[in-house]
Design a protein around this ligand. Structure first.
Ligand code: AMP
Length: 190
């Protein structure tokens, strides 16, 4: 299997680039944010609980997202591989993902990390908020909180994957196609 973690702060372009990688390499794109938003739209019990966290720019609990990933993985056991977008976001989640993959005799091939300057992240998210319908993209204070939470809880994953020699930083600034080409070169090498 080819299993890729697409990493980066909110607004780094993970969703856009994950779609490109999905097409180029015939992978299953798993976005925990998307899966949570569909639970909210369907007004499930899980969705109702998740909404209050998402609206504040806080994380949903590790147990909830790990369960979502387990279900998605078991539905696609025969896939060529996965592109994980917005997951893992904590060291706890990364360990759970490694365990899940090990149980299925596979591993993470690499973690591609999109580097984007903070002001550019804020500009992109506010721009997206005009059309995305996402409540967490509309307020500067919620966006700032999401970036803060990323720095506190998610950025440590760079070390987690570095020590495994799986960390691949990528310049996430510039044209979408150029960024996609940078990612493709790395994935071709896996
Ligand atoms: P995203 O679409 O990846 O930006 O995610 C939107 C929101 O969903 C995040 O700000 C979190 O509140 C929640 N979320 C998505 N993925 C995770 C995750 N792996 N762990 C915890 N919360 C998550």
């Amino acid at each position: 299997m080819l299993n890729i973690v697409l990493f980066g702060p909110p607004g780094a372009g993970k969703g856009t680039q994950a779609e490109f990688l999905r097409e180029s390499f015939s992978l299953i794109h798993v976005s925990t944010g998307e899966l949570l938003r569909s639970q909210i739209a369907a007004q499930t019990e899980l969705g109702v609980k998740a909404k209050s966290f998402i609206d504040r720019g806080e994380f949903v609990s590790d147990d909830v997202v790990i369960d979502i990933i387990r279900i998605k993985f078991s539905e696609n056991r025969l896939a060529k591989g996965f592109i994980f977008d917005g997951f893992p976001r904590t060291v706890e989640q990364a360990k759970a993902l490694d365990n899940l993959l090990a149980q299925n005799r596979t591993i993470i091939s690499g973690m591609l990390s999109l580097d984007v300057e903070k002001q550019e992240l804020i500009n992109r998210l506010l721009e997206r908020g005009k059309t995305s319908g996402r409540s967490d993209d509309r307020s500067i204070s919620i966006i700032e909180n999401r970036i803060l939470v990323y720095n506190q809880k998610t950025a440590p994953l760079i070390d987690y994957y570095s020590v495994q020699n799986k960390y691949y930083p990528v310049n996430g600034m510039g044209a979408v196609d150029d960024i996609a080409s940078r990612l493709k070169v790395i994935v071709d090498g896996f």
